[in-house]
Design a protein around this ligand. Structure first.
Ligand code: FAD
Length: 403
């Protein structure tokens, strides 16, 4: 079989690429190893996602799912708390995001991209690729039957997330800049949520001994809860992951107050070693997007936003290239994504050093600093009006001095 563009994986990165390419009239085949709906972690979106989904014609189907609106991010430590409302960003930036169970969200995107004309096939695992300039040969296995097939593609966009197909095949993997941590998580029922317009806020609670917890409320009454900790601390908290999760939650008055009466309803899950980096994110006939490129850390919920940002850019550039235009991938893709990820990288490192936690929780920040931080938390990491986008390190150093 032959296609113009092969997309590997039908997560958010894959589906946005499919939708955009189908809209542009480009032949696109997407091979997804799994079956949808499937559980995936990464449930809190940022307002910037809405712009990108809108551009790809996917926002209205997502909005029709009636997901929990996410108006703000709330950081809590002991008695201290600070709320960053997305209504207070720069003019033109969207005032809210969504909290999405990923089984529903990912299936909604893939179904709509298919309806728009993308050929998305499930249980099709990409095994190897031989790059031959503009006609690459891809070996595929049908996961259910074991049958092998071959696809020829003029361009490959790797959206395989944690599968990291091309980074492994092309030996692009680089040591990540962040130390390893463990996340232990589950969905809960019965949490004591705020009522009214703050119900959909994401909570990031700082545990008295260093870990932090996400609390992400859904419309279906369930709440996603996960603790991120150093491995040794997580291990010491119990004999199994469920016990570790419940123990760590019980030790922080903020999580205990909200979740003390709540019950986990799924099998407790654990992920570790998620930080990943690559030496290159594009090459002749291929590009990496989303988690198949670089993933930092869950703390600022940037994963899906960066997956959509990178994949929509890569899809449009691949289309231009196949249309005969000259594309400067270094300038138009690698440099742009490095810039976007770079802003979050500065924030993530500073969070774990403890400095950013002080800035976030500081009560009397100048309004201009608070607005600029909120816009980063909203995923607007390419908007030059923001001093953190122009120079994240310098602006953060100045903010730390004020805190
Ligand atoms: C603990 C934790 C918490 C997180 N919380 C958040 C959050 O709150 N908000 C947020 O935005 N992000 C969060 N993230 C990040 C988020 O999970 C990812 O950034 C996001 O899912 C990336 O989307 P993607 O489309 O790149 O990859 P994925 O969603 O992983 O999709 C990749 C798809 O590729 C398929 N695939 C893999 N290998 C192959 C193959 N060989 N052939 C065919 N298909 C293949 C997979 O089956 C999968 O469906 C979190 C991450 C972690 C680790």
């Amino acid at each position: 079989m032959k296609t113009d563009i092969l997309v590997i994986g039908a997560g958010p990165a894959g589906s946005i690429a499919c939708a955009l390419l189908a809209r542009l009239g480009r032949q696109v085949l997407c091979l997804e190893a799994g079956v949808f709906p499937r559980f995936q972690i990464g449930e809190s979106l940022l307002p910037r996602c809405n712009d990108i989904l809108d551009e790809a014609g996917l926002l209205s189907v997502v909005q029709a799912r009636n997901f929990m609106p996410k108006p703000a991010a709330l950081f809590l430590q002991g008695e201290m708390r600070e709320r960053f409302s997305f209504a207070d960003m720069f003019p033109g930036q969207r005032p809210a995001a969504m909290q999405v169970p990923r089984d529903d969200f990912d299936q909604t995107l893939a179904t709509e991209a298919r309806r728009m004309g993308a050929d998305i096939r499930f249980q099709q695992r990409v095994d190897t690729i031989a790059f031959n300039g503009t006609q690459s040969v891809v070996q595929v296995t049908d996961v259910e039957t074991g049958a092998r097939s071959t696809v020829e593609a003029k361009f490959v966009i790797d959206c395989s997330g944690y599968g990291r197909v091309l980074p492994k095949l092309l030996e692009l993997e680089k040591a990540p800049s962040l130390g390893p941590r463990v996340a232990i998580f589950n969905h809960f029922e019965g949490d004591l949520r705020p009522t009214g317009p703050e119900e959909g806020d994401i909570w990031a609670c700082i545990h008295p001994r260093g870990p932090w917890t996400w609390i992400i409320p859904f419309k279906n009454g369930r709440t996603s809860v996960g603790v991120v900790a150093e491995r040794a601390m997580a291990e010491a908290a119990g004999a199994n992951d469920r016990e570790r999760l419940l123990t760590l939650l019980s030790q922080d008055p903020n999580t205990q107050g909200r979740l003390g009466q709540a019950r986990p309803v799924l099998k407790t899950a654990r992920l570790e070693g998620w930080s990943a980096a690559v030496s290159k994110i594009h090459g002749p006939g291929w590009a990496l997007t989303g988690n198949a490129s670089e993933f930092l850390d869950p703390i600022f919920s940037s994963g899906v936003t960066l997956a959509l940002e990178s994949s929509s850019r890569a899809a449009k550039l691949a289309h231009r290239q196949l249309s005969g235009e000259a594309v400067d991938w270094d300038k138009e893709y690698a440099a742009v994504m490095d810039r976007a990820i770079g802003v979050f990288r500065v924030f993530v490192h500073s969070w774990y050093s403890g400095e950013l936690q002080k800035v976030l929780l500081h009560q009397n920040k100048p309004e201009s600093i608070k607005r600029a931080i909120t816009a980063v938390l909203g995923g607007y990491v390419l908007d030059e009006r923001n001093p953190f986008v122009r120079d994240a390190n310098r602006t953060l150093t100045a903010a730390v001095k004020l805190a």
